[in-house]
Design a protein around this ligand. Structure first.
Ligand code: ARG
Ligand code: ZN
Length: 847
């Protein structure tokens, strides 16, 4: 039975204060809770309902008097007649078993330490509680355990042998609760806030990992400074703790004052982490830190408002990464990810609004739509109201809603109040799913250039018809010499069809449309290859310069796949010019050289009315890479030599860009020399970025056995590094070999499938190997379904998340559709199927 937004009711009571005592033991942890409750004058009255799952109730008392109550499967109800009409204290004692908690939600154990994950609804697995984000309380926590390090939210109060007490002065919902107990060591630093508060910073890790925290700490300090400088937001406690854990369902969690991270997003050295890992660490450390204001100080009224904190916090971390690195490169990377994950979601059976209005299992809604489209919607708002309007609105938001659990209506109202703009129509971005398509037609007559934009809103599950969106379309015009004659202007498309006139032009211009990807839409435009090549060469907007090359590559590749066409000479020449243009950032050139992905091509062909054939896509893409290698053959050695990094490894954007372009060159070179240069590169590599890139190239070339063995010998026992070893083999397996590669890897003793990182490294990579996963035999589909069914009883959240590999089934031919449907039906029929996986499989079948 779904939970619905329209059914929202405030809680019956207010909860001012919570006192918790934990007596930790792996099999039998006792949790004592004292809830200071009072009737809520603004609430519906009636019974007191507390959430609670899998708890053994030991004792319950109201104002010191024992109370009889029998919990049901999801909680505990105390009848209205038994409740005082005045403030009261409800005490409970429950027993839980963290060691047996394989779902990694609530209190669980990872690598011998206790830790928690409470978002979204894990706190109810710890104690009986109103586990909803609009119930905000001050927490006092006492931990009793033999573990040497005992942490919770807020500030430390007192500690002695075997115990510690914490007080969090900021009212918070239960999903932000955290507790950690373990044999940990800290990498420490300190930070002085703009107003002079000294904050002790600690990153807690297992013995031996303390030398791998420097980059995370540096990222944290830069994030804290940035949020002060750009948003005027200061930190508000005496300590900020981060803990790295090996078993974690997601990336990280913003618990107040005690962030808990997947260790892969904390630990890094040049030998063990790639440039991409460093970039993600910086971004996620920032993301979780930024939640302190956008999420914690101002939280969500209910889980339908999840994008209120996630969309905004992603938007903020994207701004931060752009400031730290390159805005142009960051924007291209973000759009690549948006299209690969969010457009794919939005165009399939799992499409949902940025603010959905119903869900079965909220964990299934931590999606690319809520996060990434949620951030895009904020980018559009900013484009519409301008820098100053955005700043005024955000200041008002922090001012007006600090300490509250807010809604999207509250969020939009601060923009309306700060700028005077009516956002009624804009709100559709939050309530309606689907990726709008914008058709462009151009007209040139009597010195007037007219752009006509028409928006189409495709139907999505449960939403057949949609209203016109407010679409900011950033446009610039170039004259035939390549000079910009109209600088970037934001056109506001609000009608189904609208024309925009540009006067006073001497010649017909070339239009650069949707600069900076100013809206999350698909642009439909009949553009000649010449015009795309012109924009690739001359556009002053770096995103659209890249986009022109991308569109050109997709056109060429689509013709190769569908018609068996040859690679276009013009495309080869245009791309070679970009690759060798030393005035351009190497990172940008590396992105330009990255060919469209196979899944992306499948989506593109499907959109154009074709049935994609994964094998043909795979073959054509290889042919395209081969032709590009031929084109660049003479230039590659010089290009690569010029990109050698001088001096010691630094994980900064400049070095990372050089390595990216150099390794793109290495991949092309292997199409000419069969992998000889990659073998040498692997042997010489002194950092994980170069090692892993060379290894991937060798595997693509059908080599690499000795290197894989050497890698394994060197890194056995290093979980994060061995995840890469597993993953690279699966990602780069030939399509017909994929199932056997996965079967071989999954029978190894170190395939610890209950560890989400290891599971994702193999089973996630299985689904990411497009031609292999969609091999006509159906072996990939079967293997994935087998593993989902195996994981589901242990860890439903991760099983459900990985099932999205099947969401693209409507794109493919009847045989593949039948194979996938059979697997989804097999999943649906499994006895004891979780609510998580059941909801996902059901929605995919219905879509
Ligand atoms: N709020 C976290 C973040 O985005 C994500 C945690 C989600 N966890 C979950 N089990 N649904 O930073
Ligand atoms: Zn977040």
């Amino acid at each position: 039975t779904p939970v619905k937004l329209v059914d929202y009711q405030p809680f019956s009571h207010v909860l001012n204060r919570v006192e918790l005592t934990f007596r930790l033991a792996p099999q039998a942890t006792r949790v004592l809770a004292r809830l200071h409750l009072a009737p809520n004058p603004a609430g519906p009255g009636g019974d007191l309902r507390l959430d609670g799952e899998g708890l053994r109730l030991i004792a319950l008392a109201l104002d010191g008097v024992a109370l009889e109550a029998t919990p049901d499967a999801t909680g505990l109800t105390i009848a209205a007649q038994a409740l005082p009409d005045a403030p009261f204290v409800l005490e409970s004692e429950v027993e839980i078993a963290p060691e047996g908690n394989t779902a990694l939600e609530g209190l669980y154990m990872s690598g011998g330490m206790y830790c928690t994950q409470c978002e979204a609804e894990g706190f109810r697995k710890i104690t009986f509680y109103p586990d909803r984000p609009d119930v905000m309380a001050r927490f006092d926590v006492r931990i009793e355990s033999e573990m040497p390090v005992l942490l919770s939210n807020g500030n430390p109060v007192a500690a002695g042998p075997g115990w510690a007490e914490w007080h969090d002065p900021w009212p918070k919902p239960a999903y932000l609760f955290a507790l950690v107990a373990g044999d940990l060591v800290a990498h420490s630093a300190s930070f002085t806030t703009a107003s002079g508060r000294e904050v002790a910073l600690n990153i807690w890790v297992r013995q031996g990992d303390e030398g791998r925290c420097a980059y995370a700490m540096d990222s944290l300090i830069r994030s804290m400074r940035w949020d002060e400088q750009v948003y005027g937001r200061e930190y508000d406690l005496d300590v900020f703790n981060i803990v790295a854990v090996d078993d974690f369902n997601m990336g990280a969690m913003e618990n107040k004052g005690l962030n808990i991270f997947n260790s892969k997003l904390v630990l890094a050295t040049p030998e063990t982490a790639t440039d991409t890992d460093y970039e993600r660490i910086e971004a996620v450390i920032a993301h979780e830190y930024f939640h302190n204001w956008t999420g914690n100080r101002i939280t969500c009224r209910d889980w339908f408002q999840l994008c209120l904190k996630e969309g905004l916090t992603v938007f903020r971390d994207q701004q931060f990464s752009g400031d730290m690195r390159s805005h142009a490169v960051k924007r291209i990377e973000d759009v690549l990810a948006l299209r690969a994950r969010q457009f794919r979601e939005d165009g399939g059976p799992l499409a949902h609004a940025v603010r959905p209005d119903a869900y079965v299992e909220i964990n299934n809604f931590y999606t690319a739509t809520i996060y990434e489209k949620g951030a895009e919607v904020i980018g559009m708002l900013k484009a519409l109201v301008g820098e100053a309007g955005y700043k005024a609105a955000l200041d008002l938001y922090f001012d007006r809603h600090d300490g509250q659990a807010a809604t999207i209506e509250d969020w939009l109202r601060v923009f309306e109040d700060a700028t005077g703009r009516d956002l009624t129509q804009f709100k559709r971005w939050y309530t309606e799913a689907g990726t709008p398509r914008v058709k462009v037609t151009e007209d040139w007559a009597e010195g007037v250039f007219t752009l006509t934009l028409q928006q189409e809103l495709p139907p999505t599950p449960g939403q057949p018809d949609k209203g016109a969106k407010v679409i900011p379309v950033a446009v610039g015009l170039l004259n035939p010499n390549g000079d910009e004659v109209v600088p970037t202007t934001v056109l506001e498309l609000v009608e189904p069809v609208q024309s925009f006139r540009f006067e006073g032009l001497a010649a017909r211009p070339v239009a650069s449309i949707l600069r900076g990807f100013s809206a999350p839409v698909v642009l439909e435009r009949n553009v000649s290859a010449q015009e795309r090549a012109f924009l690739l060469a001359h556009d002053t907007d770096p995103f659209n310069k890249w986009e022109a090359g991308r569109a050109l590559a997709k056109d060429v590749l689509a013709r190769m796949i569908v018609e068996g066409a040859e690679v276009s000479r013009d495309w080869l020449a245009a791309l070679a010019r970009v690759a060798l243009d030393e005035s351009l950032d190497p990172a940008f050139r590396a992105l330009a050289l990255r060919l469209p992905g196979e899944d992306d091509m499948a989506a593109t062909l499907h959109d154009a009315g074709h049935v994609p054939d994964p094998a043909r896509i795979h073959a054509a893409r290889r042919a395209m890479a081969g032709a590009l290698a031929q084109e660049l053959a003479g230039a590659l050695p010089g290009l690569m030599a010029g990109l050698a990094v001088q001096g010691p490894f630094a994980p900064d954007a400049a070095q990372a860009g050089k390595r990216a372009l150099r390794n793109a060159g290495l991949a092309l070179l292997s199409r000419l020399d069969g992998g000889a240069a990659a073998e040498a590169a692997y042997a010489q590599a002194d950092n994980m970025t170069d090692s892993l890139a060379a290894l991937a190239v060798l595997l693509e070339a059908g080599r690499g056995a000795a290197e894989l063995a050497g890698f394994e010998a060197r890194w056995a026992g290093e979980r994060l590094v061995m995840d890469k070893w597993f993953m690279v083999q699966v990602l780069h397996a030939a399509p017909q070999d994929l199932a056997s590669v996965v079967e071989r890897l999954t029978t190894r003793a170190d395939f610890d499938w209950k560890n989400p990182n290891r599971f994702r490294a193999v089973i996630g990579a299985l689904a990411a190997n497009h031609a292999g996963f969609h091999h006509a035999s159906g072996a990939g589909y079967r293997l994935l379904a087998d593993w989902l069914l195996r994981l589901d009883p242990k860890n439903p959240q991760t099983a459900a998340r990985m099932s999205t590999a099947f969401e693209t089934w409507p794109r493919y031919d009847a045989d593949r559709q039948a194979l996938i449907r059979a697997e989804l039906e097999r999943i649906m029929a499994a006895p004891g199927l979780s609510r998580d996986l059941g909801e996902m499989a059901g929605r995919m079948l219905a879509g």
